[in-house]
Design a protein around this ligand. Sequence first.
Ligand SMILES: [Zn+2]
Length: 400
Amino acid sequence: MNRGNDTHDIRSHATTDAEGRSAVGIHDGADRAREGVAGTHAGAARIPRHHSIVPPYLLAAIAATDDPRFQNASHAAKVSLVRDGVRFDEPNPLTRNPQPRSARPRSATPGLPERTIADAQGRETLPGEVVRREGEPPTDDVSVNEAYDGLGATFELFWDVYNRDSIDGKGLPLDATVHYGEQYDNAFWDGERMVFGDGDGEVFTRFTIAIDVIGHELTHGVTQFTANLVYEGQSGALNESVSDVFGSLVAQFAKRQTADQASWLIGEGLFTDEVQGIALRSLKAPGTAYDDDVLGKDPQPAHMRDYDDTTADSGGVHINSGIPNHAFYLVATAIGGAAWEKAGQIWYDALTGDDLAARADFSRFAKVTTDAAARRYGDDAAETDAVRAAWLAVGVVADE
Ligand SMILES: [Zn+2]
């Protein structure tokens, strides 16, 4: 998306409202969507019903473009934003007691996934028509097979490495719907199932393409059943970060990559070749995943000095997650080897233990992960030192 001399940079639209909060300025129909998505004018931030992989500010930037080459993408982004926005005032299943879902039928055998993939056939009705059940052979629809395999890879990481039987730890069947909506520019976990759009074809390709995106979304389910981090402000950024961490680990485990070999990208392959960018986010180098004249620049900070104190994006949940994301990357690369083994275990212990409150902030998470490392590896262990050093390096813990 390089338009040469007549470049019209979306970042020039960045505005600051009367209360000093910054927001990306956007046009016409997307304004309504932005208010719904970001809640910038509503006082208390509204909590999204579902967790989408593409942040609202990114869709807003695409919606705002007047580049004639991206009118299809612009329209699709507007529609996707409005579609995401209309769900905002509904009850949030992620903060409800998950107990009723525990009554659902369990997978018959612990350690074996029970996947069901449905096809919405371009409509917005869930679940859609079932097209592949557990154990059935691949179909001729690549989205169906990618969703099936991605659910399986996520199940495998949590079972093989952390001995967790599905996202609720009790064998919850894994359901997904593909071909949701027309050119829908997102994928989300709605508290019960994974839902994938096909993308607009100009900016985004199909959303089943990235295995870490599937891992990211299902990890929102794991968080829902464990720490249940409130999706707002720092606890929301931790919720997002934990999903990026285990989403990346799903991809690394599937490829049997060490921390040094991994890309540490989230959503690699989601962008078409028209986009100046490689992914949605980078844990290795937050803020560098894309820099495009239509999308703007990846806004993620890697250090507390660059923390974005915004009310947009539920208080910057997809933005400030760069800070704990980078802390995890530093821990994993300092320890070395397979990141899911020790670094992942420490984060898993923190997420699923009793010490992490639903409204935990970054400094609390730093303490809980450090304590988790000390319990598992010893207070003076190199692993525990790696955790301490990482939180110090990203500015969450001050040097004493
Ligand atoms: Zn998410």
